[in-house]
Write a protein that binds this ligand. Sequence first.
Ligand SMILES: CC(C)(COP(=O)(O)OP(=O)(O)OC[C@H]1O[C@@H](n2cnc3c(N)ncnc32)[C@H](O)[C@@H]1OP(=O)(O)O)[C@@H](O)C(=O)NCCC(=O)NCCS
Length: 151
Amino acid sequence: MTVIAPRRLEPRDLEACAALFAQVFSAEPWSEPWGVDGALARLAHFHESPGFMGMLTLNDLGEAMGFVLGNLEPYLECHLFYLREMCVASHRQGQGIGSALYRALEQELATRDVRAVYLATGREIPAAEFYQGLGFRCSESMAFYAKGLKG
Ligand SMILES: CC(C)(COP(=O)(O)OP(=O)(O)OC[C@H]1O[C@@H](n2cnc3c(N)ncnc32)[C@H](O)[C@@H]1OP(=O)(O)O)[C@@H](O)C(=O)NCCC(=O)NCCS
């Protein structure tokens, strides 16, 4: 089964992306208890937020194989892009789909005044190597802080 070159992610794609997201992040290494409704709420939130941009890869049956999405943010005289979610169908990982999606996103960002793309992810997960291979570096000067509020 072939995959089709990435295209812009449209509102009509959100449900398929949510199903894919729930499948991928319920599996290892994340093993989070995502259902489609919860995934759709999260993706729709980013979609409805200012500066949304996403790219999607389908196979030749029209099934979602992977996506990347996030939001452009104003920063001084330019923009940053906060990459919020990215995933590739478990059975199609390691075949270049994620790299192609990210390259397509950067091409879209090149038409805007974007100074940097940033993201938060686990330090020890395989995706860290994927992002490093694309040129991302773990910041030495910035830290990601979080405080849990429930038991
Ligand atoms: C991370 C993810 C988006 C990468 O997409 P992908 O299509 O599998 O990646 P690619 O096939 O384009 O791989 C590109 C490079 O990253 C490396 N890479 C990808 N997955 C990797 C893994 N699990 N472990 C180590 N390296 C990996 C590949 O070795 C490849 O390098 P190469 O070109 O030198 O061979 C995908 O594997 C995924 O959805 N993972 C689960 C969800 C996830 O972790 N998302 C990111 C959370 S922020």
